[in-house]
Write a protein that binds this ligand. Sequence first.
Ligand SMILES: C[S@@+](CC[C@H](N)C(=O)[O-])C[C@H]1O[C@@H](n2cnc3c(N)ncnc32)[C@H](O)[C@@H]1O
Length: 286
Amino acid sequence: MTRDKGPKREFLVELLEEKIPKDLQVHIPHRWWFIGDVLIASIPKQLLHLKKEIGEAFLQLEPKRARVVLGKIGPTKGITREPNFEYLAGERNTETVHKELRCKFKLDAAKLTFSPGNHFERERLLKAVKNDEFIVDMFSCVGNLSLPIAVNKSPKQIIAAEINPLAFKYLEENIELNKVTNVMKAIKGDNRLVLKEYEGKADRVISGYLHSEEDQIRQAIRLCKENGMLHYHVAITARKEIQTETIMNIKKLIESEGRGCSKMTRKRVKKYSPGVEHIVLDIVIN
Ligand SMILES: C[S@@+](CC[C@H](N)C(=O)[O-])C[C@H]1O[C@@H](n2cnc3c(N)ncnc32)[C@H](O)[C@@H]1O
């Protein structure tokens, strides 16, 4: 993620000085990031009519790294978390291979979610995993959280569920591309329906979706074996009472499943939206 208010942003402003009226120049993007060779910049609505010029300027700013430029023009949508990106400049082909943590993530950057802000969570998760674990990734996308484990660790097996056919296609391709077919298996469909046979088997369950329904949380709990670890991601306001309420609700769900929880820790992943944080609860399910 680049939040470069230094020389790069200054150069971007220089490139756009003649093309953007003075009173609108404060809106020139401060924030851009890469997925593979696709550059993505947040475009405020005041500059949408100048998106082509902004895209061309980014290609000049990052000639070696950017093949395509996309603009983020709104929030990510729906259960498949389709990003709200518009084409700005460069090649029309938005399929790319993003390299991180010794993995190759192939994906269509215009149509699927891969959050650079989750990098430290991918790294943290990787460090937490021990050899020989049975792991279920309930919301896999293209392998965002579980592929690094398959590539860098020695799990017994990773079961990766994904409902979106496009994300599933790349998930399967990435398992092949990263040569981890021996330890990682993709399963297409709704995680409430397709994971039943793994109930009680998982050393670790990754629930990496911020808007899980109650029946998905129940499914996550059921997947855990005794002393299994559940990583439950949630978007939550920073207010303490709301956080306490969320934790109490989870504890109630665990109890109503006839299970217990011996340990729960909370980690902030990133800012999600104004006043709302992406957090992950690490819960040991007994
Ligand atoms: C926002 S992505 C998160 C990817 C990854 N866990 C991460 O944190 O980077 C959520 C993914 O879950 C998938 N998904 C949503 N509902 C699902 C369901 N009921 N069963 C399986 N996958 C689902 C979406 O299609 C999407 O690819």
